[in-house]
Design a protein around this ligand. Structure first.
Ligand code: DC
Length: 227
C-alpha cells in the first residue's frame, strides 16, 4: 500500500466502548480530520436495503460501495445522495445490518481506498474495527478501546435515549453480544487489537481518563505538543 499522506491515530474496538467520543475529542484538540468508518458500512447497508439488495449479496454490495454517494457534512451530518441519513444510520437495526455487510470481503476491499483517502494533512483520527490492523497498518499510534458488554450496552442505551430514539437495555445487550460475536468471528479483517496497539479497558474509566492516557501516548510519539 502507499504510505498515507499524513499521520494517523487509529482507534479500534467493539461497539459502545467510547471510540466515537474519544475520537471526536482527539480530532478537535489536534485539529485533525476524523473518519467514522462504521458510518460507511452503515450507509452502505441502508443504501442496499433501499435498493432491495440482500445483505449477503457481496458482489452487488461491493459494486454499490465503489460508487456510494456518501458525504460527511461539516457539523457531522451524514448524507446518502440527497438524503440526510444521520439519524437513520444510528438505530440498532442499522448497526446490525452494517455488521452483516461488513463481514463481506469484497465490500471491505471496495471501501479500502475511500477510507485511506481521509488521511490528509495535518492528520487523521480513524475510528473503526480494523483501522490499525488493515486500513492504516503504519499508523504511529494505535489504540484498542474495549469495555465490558454490560457497560457498553448501558452507554448505548443512554446515547439512544439522548437522541430521542427508542431503546431497551436487555435487547441492546443481546444485540451488542451478537455484533461482537460476528465482528470477531468473521474471516475478513476480524475485530482484534493490532500487535502494536495500546489496549485500554474503559469499563471503569471516565472519558477524561481515557483521553489523558491517549494524549500521553501521542505526546510520547511526538504527534502533539504539551499543553
Ligand atoms: O462503529 P459502528 O458501530 O458504527 O460500526 C457498525 C458496524 O460496522 C460494526 O458492527 C462492524 C462494522 N465495522 C467494521 O467492520 N469495520 C470498521 N472499520 C467499522 C465498522
Amino acid at each position: 500500500m502507499t504510505r498515507p499522506e499524513a499521520p494517523v491515530i487509529t482507534v479500534d474496538g467493539p461497539s459502545g466502548a467510547g471510540k466515537g467520543t474519544l475520537c471526536e475529542a482527539l480530532a478537535t484538540r489536534l485539529g485533525w480530520h476524523f473518519l467514522d468508518s462504521g458510518a460507511l458500512y452503515r450507509v452502505l447497508a441502508l443504501d442496499g436495503q433501499q435498493a432491495g439488495v440482500a445483505l449477503d449479496d457481496a458482489e452487488t454490495l461491493a459494486a454499490r460501495a465503489r460508487s456510494l454517494a456518501l458525504r460527511f457534512a461539516p457539523g457531522g451530518a451524514v448524507w446518502l445522495g440527497d438524503q440526510d441519513v444521520s439519524l437513520a444510520i444510528r438505530t440498532d437495526a442499522a448497526g446490525q445490518a452494517a455488521s452483516q455487510v461488513a463481514a463481506l470481503l469484497p465490500v471491505r476491499e471496495a471501501l479500502l481506498a475511500r477510507q485511506r483517502d481521509f488521511a490528509q494533512a495535518p492528520g487523521l483520527v480513524a475510528d473503526g474495527r480494523d483501522m490499525g490492523t488493515v486500513v492504516f497498518p503504519e499508523a504511529p499510534l494505535k489504540i484498542f478501546l474495549s469495555a465490558s458488554a454490560p457497560a457498553r450496552a448501558e452507554r448505548r442505551y443512554k446515547q439512544l435515549k439522548e437522541k430521542g430514539l427508542d431503546a431497551n437495555l436487555r435487547a441492546l445487550l443481546d444485540s451488542i453480544q451478537a455484533r461482537d460475536e460476528r465482528d470477531q468471528a468473521r474471516s475478513a479483517s476480524p475485530l482484534r487489537p493490532a500487535d502494536d496497539a495500546l489496549v485500554i479497558d474503559s469499563t471503569a474509566l471516565a472519558i477524561d481518563d481515557v483521553f489523558g492516557a491517549v494524549w500521553r501516548a501521542a505526546l510520547q510519539r511526538g504527534l502533539c505538543a504539551e499543553g
